[in-house]
Design a protein around this ligand. Structure first.
Ligand SMILES: Cc1cc2nc3c(=O)[nH]c(=O)nc-3n(C[C@H](O)[C@H](O)[C@H](O)COP(=O)(O)O)c2cc1C
Length: 190
């Protein structure tokens, strides 16, 4: 091990939502994850993100919302699809919706505020991994659905950056190929 933080960064893998199980993080661990997520770089201290937690029975209740929205937004989704929507948030003990919220600020353009929300998602999955949990940052269809936006009562300046699923990994994911640095790194020369 080079050092625990670098080791975590170099070995972290997402665990697919379907491979997550109980137990989920404790309330104290969830607080640590949220504290890590809320200290990402944030130009002008705008706090351009917020978090919505889905746990316990709320996950099943949100499944009912997904079924309703899916039935309206998808053409003829079919019974199998709707059954899956009902169970979607039950795949993990904890789902955290990360909501990006942008405001007009000449010093910190919207792009920077959205990047900060992405960093909050990443800190959540890193903190989950550091605490020994598996996590996956996903958007799927409901991250872009108007019906789901309404159900979550998002304001006009808000957008879903992702849903972070957290739980205990049923199995360790295989390593995934990563880009060769030689393909993505250059040194600028005048
Ligand atoms: C903004 C964003 C949205 C994503 N949405 C999905 C998704 O809907 N479904 C999915 O399978 N993976 C999605 N991913 C990819 C996973 O988070 C993850 O990167 C992937 O499972 C590969 O694992 P790794 O993190 O170990 O590379 C998304 C990633 C990002 C950054």
């Amino acid at each position: 091990m080079i050092n625990p933080a670098i080791d975590l960064l170099l070995t972290r893998r997402s665990v697919s939502a379907n491979s997550l199980d109980e137990p989920g993080p404790t309330p104290a661990e969830i607080e640590l994850m949220l504290r890590a997520a809320s200290r990402v770089p944030d130009h002008k201290k705008l706090v351009p993100w917020r978090f919505v937690l889905f746990q316990g029975k709320a996950r099943e209740a949100f499944g009912k919302v997904l079924v309703k929205v899916c039935a309206v937004e998808e053409k003829d989704p079919g019974a199998f699809r709707l059954e899956n929507e009902a169970k979607r948030f039950l795949r993990a003990p904890l789902v955290i919706a990360v909501i990006s919220r942008v405001v007009k600020n000449p010093a910190a353009p919207e792009w920077e505020q959205m990047l900060s929300a992405g960093a909050a998602c990443q800190n959540l999955i890193l903190a989950a991994a550091a605490l020994g949990y598996g996590a996956q940052w996903i958007t799927e269809w409901y991250g872009y659905s108007n019906g789901v936006r309404k159900a979550l009562a998002l304001a006009d300046n808000e957008r879903i950056a992702g849903f972070v699923y957290v739980g205990t990994a049923k199995e360790k994911p295989d390593e995934r190929e990563r880009p060769a640095l030689a393909d993505i790194v250059t040194s600028w020369r005048p």
